[in-house]
Write a protein that binds this ligand. Structure first.
Ligand code: ACO
Length: 325
């Protein structure tokens, strides 16, 4: 059975930067409040590029770095909760934009766990015989933010990151995985509700399209269920936290990472962090962090690093992959 290998990584964020001080000019907030509670200093917010534009830039970079032509790609999965449209999918738009006419393409929706779920899925496609695919997490969450709601508007940012997956591995890419969903707690984090036609059923739509969040409930979920999930995955693989080189977790909040490190009894410095620069970019946060860490030399694709990737977010969804890089 062929083993998948991540052979390239890339990320792209819009140029336009919005700092905490910029936000304090348009809403009742402050750099002190945002930074002390979340670790976020700024975020990149797109002005003229939609989700498929960000994702296509990542796709083009992956091709250029690998010196491949677009028709050598077999599949494209885009993890997103902020697609350009529900039809065509963002992945289909990316396929057209990069000219990968042989590739089948689809979106995967698992909120901030999207990239982890997509990478787990793509690994099975490679095991099943596909040679080469792209897994991209891409979000323009600024489309779904209520800019008058300071409790959510300060948290999120736009961006995209992705990997090229090829069938050239010499060992399993995923040592252990543990993907979870609990739809019964879905109400704590919602966005983009599509109402029934009121002309047909006479009902008034009281549900907003904006991101709404019960911050406390999400914080509790992230600091209770998620470390347990990581611990269980480590046990599955007969590994201990000290066997892991780095933990690349969804970048929601630095206090969540502090708690996670404490619960796992691991040095905080092993939990890589870049939300200070990008905010929470949902499905894009882990691939942006991975790509940045490889580009700045913290990680390498050639030195057999063992990393943990953990996503958690709306659904509720959460999940961990232990990866041989
Ligand atoms: N600036 C200033 N004050 C604010 C802001 C803001 N941006 N937002 C809320 N406040 C105020 C509130 O109105 C409240 O005021 P009050 O006491 O007068 O009523 C006060 O600050 C405290 O509000 P809380 O919501 O209780 O603040 P908390 O300390 O819980 O921090 C936060 C909020 C940062 C969202 C926290 O709950 C958290 O980290 N939750 C995790 C959720 C998360 O990270 N979500 C990201 C998306 S989900 C995901 O990616 C998994």
């Amino acid at each position: 059975m062929p083993f998948a290998k991540i052979t390239q990584v890339a990320h792209y964020v819009p140029e336009n930067i919005v700092s905490n001080d910029d936000l304090a000019k348009i809403m009742d907030t402050s750099d002190e409040w945002i930074y002390s509670r979340t670790g976020i200093k700024q975020r990149h917010i797109t002005v003229d590029e939609n989700t498929s534009d960000l994702a296509a830039k990542v796709g083009k970079q992956l091709l250029a770095q690998a010196d491949l032509s677009a028709d050598q790609i077999d599949f494209i999965i885009v993890a997103t909760i902020s697609p350009d449209s529900s039809m065509p999918s963002t992945a289909a738009l990316v396929q057209a934009k990069i000219g990968a006419h042989r590739a089948f393409a689809y979106d995967l929706t698992a909120a901030c766990s999207g990239f982890v779920f997509a990478l787990a899925t793509a690994e099975k496609l490679i095991a099943g015989g596909y040679k080469r695919g792209m897994v991209i997490g891409a979000e323009v969450l600024s489309k779904s933010l209520d800019w008058s709601d300071r409790s959510t508007a300060v948290l999120f940012g736009d961006g995209a990151g992705g990997v090229l997956l090829e069938d050239t591995g010499t060992q399993p890419l995923i040592i252990a995985e543990n993907l979870r969903t609990d739809g019964s707690r879905g109400d704590s984090l919602t966005a983009n509700y599509l109402a029934l036609n009121p002309e047909l059923n006479g009902q008034v739509n009281h549900v907003t399209e904006f991101i709404k969040m019960d911050g406390r409930a999400v914080f509790d979920f992230a600091t209770r269920d998620v470390p347990k999930n990581i611990q269980e995955t480590l046990e599955k693989a007969s590994l201990k936290p000290e066997d892991i080189d780095y933990f690349l977790l969804h970048q929601a909040n630095s206090r969540i990472l502090d708690k996670m490190a404490k619960k796992l009894g691991t040095e905080r410095s092993k939990f890589l962090q870049n939300m200070q620069e990008y905010g929470n970019t949902s499905a894009a946060s882990i691939p942006i962090l991975l790509s940045e860490s490889i580009k700045n030399g913290k990680l390498s694709l050639d030195e057999n690093y063992k990393i943990v990737q953990t996503g958690f977010g709306g659904g509720l969804t959460w999940g961990t992959l232990i990866i041989n890089l």
